[in-house]
Design a protein around this ligand. Structure first.
Ligand code: F6P
Length: 463
């Protein structure tokens, strides 16, 4: 079995003195599937993300005791165009319905060069997989970076059983039609080459199928109907997460958080700074709570743990600055000598994140659109204080957790404030039963279920 992802379990950076320094791969994908694949003999195919990774490959240091790593060496220009311009600024925005349509995107000749780079990047991975995969292997391809790989592999190695799993939403047909026609057609044809395509939620699967059923897009794809699809939500490694959360480092972080918040009630969010996460509206809803429900002033703190993401993209940098500015303004407007309404942390600190999930009173997960949202599931599992989950209807996890979470429209700031008030005011009986049900729902699915469902989607002879 081979797993393909853009970011692998191991990366490198150069220290100030130029020496190579290993950095474990971050993000939900690696932490969820890493433990599952460890020791299985699986090969993990990922892409070099810069000069340090390429140097590590050249020196034979891209190795891991748990997996066979198969790095695909990509030059900087190709990588930046494929990753920044196409994967993250075009496809990610398209699938999240986040284009600022009056102004962006702009598909000029530079963008078309970037699309060529995206094609080359997919082809390099296809060539590596084709050259190394044993006959009849299963290839599990992760995410929108590899939309073209299915067709490339089907042509080069028809014996392989290939699955594509999309960790983000999938665009509705009208949004996919924003892409240049040739790119939309190539993307749908590329995905149709996989033996099966998987999604975290029924909504994204339905959107995907609707794109093939759309007369204009279907004609561009030129492949007839959609490939086989399946829905399978990812879960964290439950035992590993619980063990990590009971570590001494997390216990120390709990003490620090209690001191920072002065023992007040905690409305928590833990997110990467991504435009889909809706961090600013979350802060504005908290401010609205203070305005509309004065009883919570000085009684509650919004702990916002928001960590840097994709620092190569201007919009992400601007969003980070806006988040800090809004938090400072709210603290200035509402804070007192002894109460800081928003405690904002912007440096990634995993023990602090896990510790905060164990003690929060309310976990706010309000994305405008999100493939799944693992934090909603992890918080529900780890919380030890019958905390309430306030969850966006637009997160894939809503399909799984709706019966025990409080739902919100993420665009409705006043509505979110009312729901935060309801969560903070909820009686202990209701909190207990909702929290217990959330844990049951999360424990009902394991990370192995997700892996097995991908394998089941491409049983032999299913192609
Ligand atoms: O935003 C979530 C997500 O897009 C995942 O679907 C994806 O695998 C991951 O982020 C990639 O993050 P990065 O660009 O930091 O590697």
């Amino acid at each position: 079995m081979l797993v393909v992802s853009n970011r692998g379990p191991l990366s490198f950076r150069f220290d100030d003195d130029g020496t190579l320094h290993p950095v474990p791969g971050g993000g939900g994908l690696v932490s969820s599937i890493g433990p599952l694949l460890a020791g299985t003999g699986a090969t993990w195919v990922s892409v070099t993300m810069g000069a340090a990774d390429r140097a590590a490959v050249a020196q034979g240091r891209m190795t891991d005791e748990n997996f066979t790593l198969l790095p695909v060496v990509i030059d900087d220009d190709t990588y930046r165009a494929a990753y920044d311009v196409v994967s993250n600024t075009t496809l990610w925005y398209c699938h999240h319905h986040l284009f600022d349509l009056p102004r962006r995107p702009r598909f000029d000749r530079y963008w078309r060069q970037a699309w060529d780079a995206y094609r080359r990047y997919n082809q390099s991975v296809a060539d590596t997989v084709s050259a190394h995969a044993e006959a009849d292997s299963t290839v599990l391809v992760q995410d929108y970076h590899f939309s073209l790989l299915g067709q490339m592999l089907a042509r080069a190695r028809p014996d392989l059983r290939t699955v594509h799993f999309c960790h983000i939403p999938f665009a509705d047909p009208n949004m996919l039609r924003v892409l240049p026609e040739e790119a939309a057609g190539e993307l749908l044809a590329g995905l149709a080459g996989f033996g099966a395509c998987g999604f975290h939620a029924r909504r994204w699967e339905a959107a995907f199928r609707a794109c093939y059923a759309d007369p204009a897009l279907g004609a561009l794809a030129g492949v007839g109907t959609a490939p086989p699809t399946f829905v399978s939500s990812l879960s964290s490694d439950h035992e590993g997460l619980l063990a990590e959360a009971s570590s001494a480092a997390c216990a120390r972080s709990v003490e620090t958080l209690r001191a920072e918040t002065g023992g007040r009630r905690i409305i928590l969010r833990v997110d990467r700074v991504e435009p889909s996460k809706n961090i600013v509206r979350g802060m504005l809803a908290f401010e609205e709570l203070l305005a509309a429900y004065p009883e919570w002033r000085d009684k509650v703190v919004h702990v916002a743990l928001v960590y840097p993401s994709r620092q190569g993209l201007a919009e992400y940098l601007a969003l980070g600055a806006e988040v800090t500015h809004v938090a400072e303004r709210i603290n200035h407007a509402w804070g007192t000598a002894t109460w800081t309404p928003i405690v904002l942390h912007v440096e990634d600190d995993r023990p602090r994140s896990l510790a905060s999930l164990t003690i929060s009173d309310v976990l706010l997960v309000n994305p405008v659109r999100d493939g799944l949202n693992l934090v909603a599931k992890e918080g529900s599992l780890l919380n030890g204080g019958d905390g309430v989950l306030v969850l966006s209807h637009e997160a894939g996890a809503w399909e799984e957790l709706s019966e025990a979470a409080l739902g919100i429209n993420p665009f409705d700031v006043a509505g979110t404030a009312d729901t935060l008030h309801r969560a903070l005011s909820m009686g202990i009986e209701e909190r207990r039963s909702r929290a217990a049900r959330l844990k049951e729902l999360v424990l009902a699915r394991t990370a192995s279920d997700w892996l097995n469902e991908q394998l089941a989607a491409v049983q032999p002879l299913s192609r």
